[in-house]
Design a protein around this ligand. Structure first.
Ligand code: UD1
Length: 421
């Protein structure tokens, strides 16, 4: 099992480039492989294990996918299979993205029901509800979701769930609706930048989607989608993680390839905590000249503060001069990293869906364990700021969502070694 050994006390200085957005690539590759009748070329695709896992799912359905550096070449599937098996889906929940496109293209799908994960139960009722609105019959039996429809029919629906809009359900239903008969109106749609990137990609394939970037998406069904060429947007969460890495080490890092529009809430909260952000057309310089200030953060769907940055900002606030409160409203059980940060000398008290973070003057290195990919990222960031050595295990979580994390950070002065132990 690989581990990262992080020698702390380093100050990051230099430029870190941001890679392509994982959460955009996953549904876009699905749309390209299943919905398109011609080959697609995707640029700016990060080299992540989640992308490799999705590739296996799509190849299992019959797609031919080649990678050259950060470009994926996806050939249309001639003999599309309709089953995504447990062995592949269990490795990555986002495999559920094949459900809507398979029903739209083949009229049927059999997809393993994704399980829960370290950040809590992850229901898929909204995905199912959306497809049912489009006229699909959906049944769950023996761990599989069976969906079928002679043809999907456009309709109006509200996809808002108990925790607000769902990124996954919006993507799944939007993809299915592109090939439905008539017009589908999705109210309560997720507005994350990666949903917009998927919608732009689908339109480039010949779909007709209006309201991109808003909570009401109108999808006029078309008969056929073609292949296209697309450059995936940059990863907002990777950018936010590097901004935190700069701030927590009191560094001076230019995070290259991100815009303020992609990360409004992350920027606002970092500034409130005393981090200075100097934006230009290509990215942002991140410095922390003064003491970090405590702040309150509440996670929410875009344009709110992303749950996928909650762990990282928690790590930063461990070193603030006072008490901060984080309220997790999206994945309410997502605080496993708090216990690991406490092992490094932090003072965090989880309390239901809140965490009270009492700032401490310093952190110290310790052996810690990544419980999910963002939890892993904060342990690496905290390790860089801590005195002594931090050994992060379960690195495979980090590799799901960060492309060569230690290489990028070592390039700007970190001291991180990957070992097989
Ligand atoms: C996506 C992201 C994930 C991120 C999450 C929230 C990908 C591959 N993953 O996950 O990194 O943490 O958005 O920004 O893009 N919900 C339901 N019923 C459903 C679906 C979701 O109740 O059918 C709930 C979830 O439990 C959660 C909330 O809605 O509380 C938001 O989840 P959702 O946006 O669907 O997350 P994912 O698409 O799974």
């Amino acid at each position: 099992m690989e581990k990262l050994i992080v020698k702390g006390g380093t100050k990051l200085e230099g430029t870190i480039p941001v890679s392509g957005c994982k959460n955009a690539v996953l549904p876009i590759a699905v749309a390209a492989a299943i919905l398109g009748d011609g080959g697609s070329v995707l640029h700016n695709v990060p080299n992540l294990t989640d992308v490799t896992t999705l590739r296996a799912v799509l190849e299992g359905l019959g797609a031919t996918i080649k990678r050259k550096n950060s470009t994926l070449y996806i050939e249309p599937i001639n003999h599309l299979e309709y089953e995504a098996p447990y062995e592949l889906v269990r490795k990555m929940r986002a495999s559920i993205y094949v459900l809507g496109p398979l029903v739209a293209k083949l009229g049927k799908a059999k997809v393993s029901f994704p399980g829960g994960c370290a950040i809590g139960p992850r229901p898929i009722d909204l995905h199912i509800r959306g497809l049912e609105h489009l006229g699909a019959e959906v049944m769950v039996e023996k761990g599989y979701i069976y969906a079928q429809a002679e043809s999907l029919i456009g309709t109006e629906m509200n996809l808002i769930g108990q925790h607000g809009p769902s990124v996954g359900a919006t993507a799944n239903v939007m993809m299915a609706a592109t090939l439905a008969q008539g017009t589908t109106v999705i109210r309560g749609a997720a507005r994350e930048p990666h949903i917009s990137d998927l919608a732009h990609f689908l339109n480039a394939m010949g779909a007709d989607i209006e309201g991109i970037g808003t909570s009401v998406l109108t999808v006029h069904g078309v008969k056929q989608l073609r292949g296209t060429e697309h450059t995936v947007i940059s990863d907002d969460i990777e950018a936010g993680t590097f901004m935190v890495a700069s701030a927590i080490t009191r560094g001076d890092v230019y995070v290259k390839g991100i815009t303020p529009q992609q990360i409004p809430a992350i920027s606002e909260k970092l500034v409130a905590a005393g981090v200075e952000l100097d934006w230009d057309a290509n990215g942002v310089r991140v410095t922390t000249p003064h003491e970090l200030q405590p702040i309150n953060v509440t996670t929410a769907p875009f344009p709110g503060f992303p749950t996928d940055m909650q762990a990282q900002i928690m790590g930063l606030l461990c070193l603030a001069a006072g008490t901060s409160v984080i309220t997790e409203n999206v994945h309410t059980d997502r605080f496993i990293h708090a216990a690991e940060l406490n092992r490094m000398g932090a003072n965090i008290v989880p309390d239901g869906s809140k965490a009270i973070i009492n700032g401490v003057p310093k952190l110290s290195g310790a052996p810690v364990m990544a419980s999910d990919l963002r939890a892993g990222a904060v342990l690496v960031a905290a390790g860089m700021a801590a005195a002594g050595e931090t050994v992060v295990s379960r690195v495979y979580h980090i590799d799901r969502g960060y492309e060569c994390i230690e290489k990028k950070l070592n390039n700007v002065g970190a001291n991180i070694t990957r070992v097989n132990a």
